[in-house]
Ligand binder design. Structure first.
Ligand code: SAJ
Length: 431
């Protein structure tokens, strides 16, 4: 039976390599479609939790993991030799940046070397990790063809960008359209068949490079537009114009405009990272991606700007930063989640500490924080805490916090997230 037939009949044994916020939801969708799925991860603790029917990914209920493990559909493992048993492998590993802002594709390289050792005909390999255009054809393909197997005949290879938005209540793996580009038409056909079993909409494109570039455009679009409004915020501050009012009014335009909002900087593992995969590749191709670099400069300058605002706020109450207690309110990289990766709040805290402030934080989702090799604990948000604070800086606006009440309890407040849009209190400074 051909691989295509095995997929269509659900007899194919699927593999997912990397069981994080992308891989685990994908495993669940494949299991729901009736496939046996072996999930591979290097983290034995994670594999142990999954085997016990426990999910560490907020969007994946433990009951689902438990059900599919018990039914024998989902087999979590650290044994990469089992790659020899699977007909397809989706690679869902991290693609961070090095300190030099160069792509770190070491996780992809490691995954491909594990697969290469067990590559067999027929087998479908799909890279999902966000990466620079060319990774699939220039980095992955040669490694797999070094086995002597032929792409498009013995094995099939393609790229399909992950578009998982953790915590998104409306869009999850099943109903987010899946772009996919195969190295050959046969690769695209098999890849499309696989995704069509489990995901509502599949969008084939002509090559892996196009698929790689699609994801980078999506997130560079965000980074550049956030950079635009951050620069607008700096301009509006000079002109004493409320940038939030400007954006809200511009957003009434029913076409041709999508609102983005200024903030203390760019957080998360996508938006601050993905554009630099593109600019790195562009540079290697002899092209300077100036919008990306400029957006990076503007977005990267926002934490310092917030430090200046806090300094102004304290000055307004005749205090220096040094010797003042500042409460950073909300440290996750965006509202109503617990993820602090690349969070600009961490930069703001470090900047204020370097200015001599005594900085504490409160975040209902983040109980403790590693920062500059020390650990901070979230302080309770109550009268006692606020009575000792000279300035609050709202760095992430989680729902469920009464910001009016907070403002009433402190001498001054810097709002970087427009959580007090209607206040004219002179104690309040906004980005
Ligand atoms: N941010 C702003 N102003 C904005 C929007 C975001 O300052 O107008 C900041 C956020 O506070 C955060 C950072 O940018 O620190 C990133 O925010 P994000 O809303 O882009 O959220 P992410 O990083 O979780 O991005 C993910 C991406 N999803 C994938 O890559 C699959 C992105 O493509 C989604 O559009 C985004 O979620 C989303 O819309 O939630």
């Amino acid at each position: 039976m051909t691989l295509l037939a095995k997929i269509e009949s659900r007899e194919a044994h699927l593999g997912v390599l990397g069981l994080g916020y992308v891989g685990l939801p994908l495993v669940m969708e494949f299991c729901k479609a009736g496939f046996k799925v072996t999930g591979f991860d290097v983290d034995a603790a994670r594999v142990g939790e999954l085997r016990d029917g426990v999910s560490y990914i907020k969007d994946v209920p433990s009951a689902e993991v438990d059900r599919f493990v018990k039914e024998g559909l989902f087999r979590p493992t650290t044994d990469f030799d089992l790659l020899s048993e699977v007909d397809t492998v989706n690679i869902c590993v991290p693609t961070p940046l090095r300190k030099t802002k160069d792509p770190d594709v070491s996780y992809i390289v490691q995954a491909v070397s594990e697969i290469k050792e067990r590559l067999h005909a027929p087998q479908l390999v799909l890279l999902e990790s966000t990466t620079y255009p060319g990774t699939t054809v220039e980095l992955v393909l040669p490694e797999l063809e070094a086995t002597g197997l032929k792409v498009g005949e013995d094995f099939f290879l393609g790229f399909s960008p992950e578009r998982v938005d953790p915590g998104n209540p409306q869009y999850q793996t099943k109903n987010i359209p899946k772009v996919v580009g195969g190295v050959t038409p046969a690769c695209s056909e098999v890849a499309k068949a696989l995704y069509s079993t489990s995901i509502d909409t599949v969008v084939p494109v002509s090559s892996p490079q196009v698929a790689e570039m699609v994801k980078l455009l999506e997130n560079t679009y965000r980074s550049v537009n956030i950079g635009l409004v951050n620069e607008l915020a700096l301009m509006c501050n000079k002109m004493d114009i409320n940038v939030w009012e400007v954006i809200d009014a511009a957003a009434t335009k029913p076409f041709g405009f999508m609102p983005f909002y200024p903030g203390p900087g760019l957080g998360g593992h996508c938006i601050p990272v993905d554009p630099f995969y593109l600019s790195w590749k562009a540079r290697a191709s002899g092209f300077e991606a100036r919008f990306i670099e400029l957006a990076g400069v503007v977005n990267g300058s926002m934490p310092d700007y917030v430090g200046t605002l806090v300094s102004q706020a304290l000055n307004n109450i005749e205090r220096s930063v040094r010797g003042s207690r500042v409460l950073a309110l909300g440290v996750a990289y965006k509202s109503d989640i617990d993820d602090v990766r690349e969070s600009p709040a961490l930069d703001v805290i470090e900047i204020l500490r370097r200015m001599g402030a005594d900085v504490v934080y409160h975040d209902p989702y983040v109980s403790s924080l590693r920062i500059e090799d020390s650990t901070m604990e979230s302080v309770p948000l109550n009268d006692e805490t606020l009575s000792g604070v000279h300035c609050v800086v709202v760095t992430t606006a989680h729902k469920g916090i009464d910001y009016e009440w907070v403002l009433s309890k402190v001498p001054t407040l810097v709002d970087t997230r427009n959580c007090l849009p209607h206040s004219n209190d002179p104690k309040l400074l906004r980005i």
